[in-house]
Design a protein. Structure first.
Length: 389
């Protein structure tokens, strides 16, 4: 089966890496991954081909897109992308088209998505099913009613199913999409998409870092890095105050989009025992090795916390409800502790860190983390049953 998957990461990297994990589960199929955001180092499986559209980014105020190359006009980039994407669809003729998030989000990409969706519906483009792939929680919009009406109309007109990558026992899509009952196509919960750490990852990575079983190893991370600087700065200052009988190491992962100015500032304030890296494709193994994780509350990092069972402190992104709602639900299950803004004061944070370091490692708290595999099984079953538009 040939599958074309469309995923645009315009601010963070969570959408991209969740989609790559789904791609990995689709082994045995010919998968084309269509991207068009800032360059990110990511290991793609052998059965996945990446098609990169000219880059677009979202501005920090979430008000609009801009071209990565400042000398190129945004309308010119959009025209190029629209043409290239339509031509790709004509060439590949996929059996299945999976669109990440749209139309629940990514309205700014209607200019290139809607022509393809219309082409499929009008039989000008070949494709037997169109699937929406969406995470657990949606961010609020300025005009929520208008947004939801448009999303429902688009789903019911152009799509054949919605796959929600969540465990409904933790959070349901209808909690953040109020017109859920107006969706007439199937809506399927797959479980959360979460890679699993390799066998003996904790022992192997602690050895790689030159540690035996006694050292305290703390990992602090900020997802893509666009908005996490305040957390990382506070963690460094708190770490300097952390008193421990055993040697201790703080390992910071800034994220690729932190910006050179803030990256340099972090390195200036980092003292002994602090290691700073930008990013790792094997971040999950570092978390498995850690005694404590301190992070933002994005989807992927939250699932990494559950998969490794590491004691965790999470500071949710404050500009919308997504990260805080997820973090609160996971805190209720006992998987982590939520940090408030006031907790970032270093003297307060170090006390919270001491308490968290005394906590044992946990399991996944009974949460379904097999979302990628369940997605692949559902798609294969649909294909075998010959369910078409």
């Amino acid at each position: 089966m040939k599958i074309l998957i469309y995923c645009q990461h315009v601010l963070g990297i969570g959408h991209l890496f969740r989609t790559i994990e789904i791609c990995r589960a689709l082994k045995g199929n010919d998968v084309v991954l269509v991207t068009g955001g800032p360059a990110v180092a990511a290991d793609l499986p052998d059965h996945v081909r990446e098609f990169k559209l000219p880059q677009l980014k979202m501005d920090s105020s979430f008000k609009g897109l801009y071209a990565s190359r400042s000398e190129t006009a945004i309308d010119q980039v959009k025209d190029m992308r629209r043409k290239l994407f339509y031509e790709l669809f004509q060439k590949e003729q996929p059996d299945l088209f999976i669109i990440e998030l749209y139309p629940f989000g990514r309205k700014a990409f209607r200019f290139e998505l809607d022509p393809v969706l219309r082409g499929i519906r009008e039989k000008q483009l070949s494709c037997w099913n169109v699937i929406c792939s969406v995470r657990d929680i949606l961010v609020e919009k300025e005009d929520q009613q208008k947004h939801e009406l448009r999303a429902v109309k688009t789903l019911n007109r152009y799509f054949d199913a919605v796959l929600v990558h969540a465990d409904p026992r933790i959070v349901r899509l209808d909690e953040t999409f109020l017109r859920f009952d107006q969706i007439v196509i199937p809506v399927v919960y797959t479980g959360f998409v979460a890679p699993k750490p390799s066998a003996h990852a904790r022992r192997k990575f602690r050895k790689k870092l030159g540690m035996d079983g006694s050292e305290i190893y703390i990992v602090a991370s900020a997802g893509g890095g666009s908005v996490g600087y305040p957390l990382l700065e506070s963690v460094i200052e708190a770490f300097k105050r952390l008193k421990a009988e055993n040697p201790k190491l703080l390992h910071i992962f800034t994220g690729p989009f932190i910006g050179e100015k803030l990256s340099k500032k972090l390195r200036r304030i980092a003292g002994p025992g602090v290691r700073i890296d930008v990013f790792s494709c094997d971040f999950l193994s570092y978390l498995a090795a850690a005694d404590l994780s301190i992070s933002m509350g994005g989807y992927n990092t939250s699932m990494n916390i559950l998969a490794t069972g590491v004691p965790a402190l999470v500071w949710p992104f404050p500009q919308n409800r997504e990260q805080r709602l997820r973090a609160q639900r996971l805190a209720e299950s006992g998987a982590l502790r939520v940090l408030n803004d006031s907790d970032l004061q270093p003297q307060r944070l170090v006390k919270i860190m001491h308490g968290a370091l005394s906590q044992p490692r946990r399991g996944s708290a009974g949460v379904d983390l097999d979302g990628a595999g369940n997605t692949a099984k559902w798609l294969q079953s649909r294909a075998e049953r010959g369910i078409k538009r």
